[in-house]
Design a protein around this ligand. Structure first.
Ligand code: SF4
Length: 353
């Protein structure tokens, strides 16, 4: 164990479980850990209540400066916002339990993968939890799938998605906030380059998968110009996307803790304006969102793309994220065994690396 041998007795629920999770691997500054979960499929919150949500990973290595999902690590008493990108929890995948949950879905249900964290982040290259879930979905029919990602790794699963699309609907949403590579590198330090994401748009759309490009979040005076959004939309259309959308930045306190210091360092002339605009609310209100909506609508019409926005943006972490098994009893000789006494699939995969 590299940390947290004995969970502090004060911790309860997910915080205690997170504290007792096995370290699977430490890669430079990133640790992958395995997290048990009672349910893989949860209900969305708010207006997403009618949607089933899946997030195979907690935390995200891409480390986008504006990421609003950082607060979910606070549930595990991990309050340093940077831990969100350094301690990545992979849900312990159990195909039998997952299939049982899938069987309870009804014809026409919508299932959204990646409502909070990226399902194709680097951890997926190793652990393939998203892929294993899609393999189960390939046997289903009559469901409506959405997948949101910033990773070109999504193209790896194009053939699997084609198979799913034979009896279900499936749409992939690729997030591309700018085509300006240096700017993308600043805002989304470890995410694949925009050009690579466009390559994934092309691969998927050539395979017959419906692809939307999302230019979320639109940040005032950073990537909100008509020229910048137009370039993203034009490239989306050129590479076969069928829809395009963009919505303004949403800055929860946990994301402001990272985003505002980032602005101070890289865009100091904008700090005062951002502080004033986001002082009272995480959402921008009034003229600005209306202006963005009008601008995006005009650009979309120029390239004859449809509106491809998820039902509500940004999504909140669903209820299932808190509904976990009680912590396992861990003795001094614990080997990271799963509840039935076997080493988990994930652990075995790590051992093979
Ligand atoms: S890819 Fe998404 S989940 Fe990951 S850090 Fe960026 S905004 Fe957050």
């Amino acid at each position: 164990m590299l940390f947290n041998d004995d969970p502090p007795s004060k911790l309860v629920g997910i915080a205690r479980l997170a504290a007792s999770s096995e370290v699977l691997e430490t890669k430079r500054k990133v640790e992958y850990l395995e997290l048990q979960t009672r349910r893989f499929i949860g209900r969305g919150s708010g207006r997403m209540r009618s949607i089933w949500t899946i997030n195979p990973y907690r935390g995200c290595e891409y480390g986008c400066k504006y990421c609003y999902a950082r607060y979910a690590h606070e549930f595990m008493e991990l309050r340093d916002p940077e831990l969100f990108e350094r301690k990545i929890y992979a849900k312990q995948f159990q195909a039998v339990a997952f299939r049982a949950e899938v069987r309870r879905l009804k014809l026409g249900d919508t299932v959204w993968i990646g409502t909070a964290t990226d399902p194709y982040q680097p951890a997926e290259r190793r652990f393939e939890i998203t892929r294993q879930m899609l393999e189960v979905f390939a046997d289903e029919r009559g469901l409506d799938f959405g997948i949101t990602t910033k990773s070109d790794l999504v193209a790896r699963d194009a053939a699997l998605m084609v198979s799913i699309a034979r009896r279900n609907r499936i749409r992939v949403h690729l997030t591309i906030t700018t085509l300006d590579e240096p700017l993308a590198r600043l805002m989304e330090p470890l995410a694949p380059r925009p050009e690579l994401r466009l390559g994934a748009v092309r691969t998927l759309s050539q395979a017959g998968i419906a692809v939307s490009v999302l230019a979320h979040p639109v940040m005032p005076l950073i990537n909100d110009s008509e020229e910048s959004l137009d370039r993203v939309c034009a490239a989306a259309a050129r590479n076969g996307a069928s829809s395009f959308s963009a919505a303004p930045l949403f800055l929860k306190p946990c994301s402001a803790q990272v985003f505002l210091p980032f602005l101070e360092e890289r865009f100091p002339h904008l700090v005062r304006r951002y502080r004033e605009r986001f002082e009272k609310a995480a959402y921008l209100k009034g003229h600005y969102p209306e202006m963005v909506a009008e601008r995006v609508g005009r650009i979309r019409a120029r390239y004859k793309l449809a509106q491809g926005q998820p039902p509500e943006w940004p999504a909140q972490f669903p209820d299932d994220q808190l509904d976990l098994f009680p912590p396992l009893a861990k003795g001094p000789g614990s080997s990271g065994a799963s509840p039935n006494g076997t080493i988990s699939t994930l652990q075995r995969k790590v051992n093979r690396l």
